[in-house]
Design a protein around this ligand. Structure first.
Ligand code: NAP
Ligand code: ZN
Ligand code: ZN
Length: 348
């Protein structure tokens, strides 16, 4: 076992503080790597603040993890010491159910995926995430980071990137498709870049026009304020696909009415409380509402390679670990352009 420094939450109300955790010995199929960067996802905040139920404190969050391999197990074939690697939202799954066999491990029905933190690993030990100096993960749940993608930029791709890439692919975003992205935060800004790179026509729907210049630069051709009621009149019936990345409750009826016939609104944000869906906004237009959870390992690798090839990178603000609590407050206040990434050098 190896002891590493980490930042952990000990309750829903206390700030995260520095502590130490242990990582298991490297097993035959394991890859150990030094963590260089870890992104801050809004899911980290929902989890540690108990907004999705009480987690098993202490929680070391972080599921956007990038680093360099330091040791591999005797049976490992995919990675070697010195490789640039990453880990996203899960570190294991049953490997045998229909979803796992289909490469959709995030929807594992054989006990569920094992989350990168706030879960129990197959060894019976609690998992702890990326706000730490090092991690040990089975090679089948490790991603390869393309050479042209910096480790700091790679981190947010491992959750925000794949979470937006997967539904854009599933609902065929591409030339001739009109896509709206609600919320220009960590997920939202990558959704804009990815959808534009896929050839779709992208509209951003943000609370205000404050970030309009950014949205256009990221690849949107239209940018609207949701605080302006005229937006909902003008965009009525316009979109094939709406990607909702908002972490708070919205009036979904307003947004469903912006879909064309047979259009789909995909929920990515997971607010604390349920939202109401009036049946009429689905019935008139045969519209759908769906959800999407991150993406499988193979699709995550495909997304990383797509980003390398199409020059898609997140816009990041790199911070030191002692700034995590302030970064949380700024993320909640929508004051993030567009992902905080922790440089974990001081935790190694
Ligand atoms: P984030 O960086 O905080 O972005 C969320 C954005 O939502 C904000 O930047 C803001 O955009 C908008 N927003 C926030 N509060 C709002 C409010 N009260 N009303 C309207 N808009 C509001 O968060 P994130 O990391 O992108 O995550 C977004 C959500 O996705 C979270 O709920 C997270 O848990 C979830 N998530 C889901 C998955 C999945 O697999 N489905 C994966 C990762 C994250 P504007 O300033 O532009 O309005
Ligand atoms: Zn996440
Ligand atoms: Zn499974």
């Amino acid at each position: 076992m190896k002891t590493v420094s980490a930042y952990a939450a000990t309750s829903a109300t206390e700030p995260l503080t520095k502590t130490t955790i242990t990582r298991r010995d490297v097993g035959p199929h394991d890859v150990a790597f030094d963590i260089h960067f870890a992104g801050i996802c809004h899911s980290d905040i929902h989890t540690v603040r108990g907004e999705w139920g009480e987690p098993a404190y202490p929680v070391v969050p972080g599921h956007e993890i990038a680093g360099i391999v330091t040791e591999v197990g005797s049976e490992v074939s995919k990675y070697k010491v010195g490789d640039r690697v990453g880990v996203g939202c899960f570190v294991d799954s049953c490997r045998d159910c229909e979803s796992c066999r289909a490469g959709e491990e995030q929807y594992c029905t054989g006990g569920g995926m094992v989350g990168t933190y706030n879960a129990v690993g197959r060894d019976g030990e609690p998992t702890q995430g990326g706000y730490s100096g090092a991690i040990v993960v089975d090679e089948n749940y490790v991603l390869r980071i393309p050479d042209s993608v910096g480790l700091d930029e790679a981190a947010p791709l491992l959750c925000a990137g794949i979470t937006t890439y997967s539904p854009l692919r599933h609902w065929n975003a591409g030339p001739g498709k009109k896509v709206a992205v609600i919320g220009l935060g960590g997920l939202g800004h990558l959704a804009v870049k990815l959808a534009a790179a896929m050839g779709a026509e992208v509209t951003v729907m943000s609370q205000s026009l404050k970030k309009m210049e950014d949205g256009i630069r990221l690849g949107a051709s239209d940018y609207r304020a949701t605080s302006d009621r005229a937006t909902f009149k003008e965009l009525h019936g316009r979109f094939d696909l709406i990607i909702n990345t908002v972490s708070a409750n919205l009036n979904l009826a307003d947004y469903l009415n912006l879909l064309k016939r047979d259009g789909t609104l995909v929920e990515l944000g997971m607010p604390e409380h349920p939202m109401q869906v009036p049946a009429g906004s689905l019935i008139f237009g045969r519209r759908s509402i769906s959800g999407s959870l991150i993406g499988g390992i193979a699709e995550t690798q495909e997304m990383l390679d797509f980003c390398a090839e199409h020059d898609v990178r997140p816009e990041i603000e790199v911070i030191t670990p002692d700034y995590i609590n302030e970064a949380y407050e700024r993320t909640i206040a929508s004051d993030v352009r567009y992902r905080f990434v922790i440089d974990t050098a001081s935790l190694r």
